[in-house]
Design a binder for this molecule. Structure first.
Ligand code: NI
Length: 138
């Protein structure tokens, strides 16, 4: 077994309680396993920045009654059309829409696209889920 290093951290009580709830809800045996996975996620994110190919989805929830948001989201996607494989739109209610966008490309470009979509007024949620193939793009 590799050497184990110990880490001590301080959290305000409300954040500590939320951590405990998360650890239990996600079925981790202890806090250390949870924190290890958080660190691994961050390391994966760093790999993406190094130019590896990313494939995944951006899930948007937005209020299409917000003036101009639909046009803006379409415009942003057209500007990045080389990264977008497909998009599915679902009308959730009278005013709320969901859109699942399948993406492929260099990590940093994909992240920029997700961040830009998230920043638009009227966007209530923008989730970004992706994995890396580990292959560097030329
Ligand atoms: Ni809709």
């Amino acid at each position: 077994m590799s050497d184990l290093m110990r880490l001590s951290l301080s959290l305000e009580s409300p954040l500590w309680e939320k951590l405990e709830t998360l650890v239990r809800a996600r079925g981790y045996g202890n806090r250390s396993e949870f924190v290890r996975d958080l660190i691994r996620e961050q390391l994966t994110e760093e790999e993406w920045k190094s130019g590896a190919e990313v494939i995944g989805t951006i899930t948007l929830i937005y209020n299409h009654h917000q003036h101009g948001v639909t046009e803006k989201l379409v415009e942003i996607q057209h500007d990045c059309s080389e990264h977008i494989l497909a998009a599915t739109h679902v009308h959730l209610s009278h005013e709320i829409c969901a859109e699942m966008i399948m993406i492929r490309g260099r990590g940093e470009g994909i992240k920029r696209l997700a961040d830009e979509l998230r920043r638009q007024k009227g966007v209530l949620h923008a989730g970004f889920s992706a994995g890396t193939t580990g292959e560097k793009l030329a």
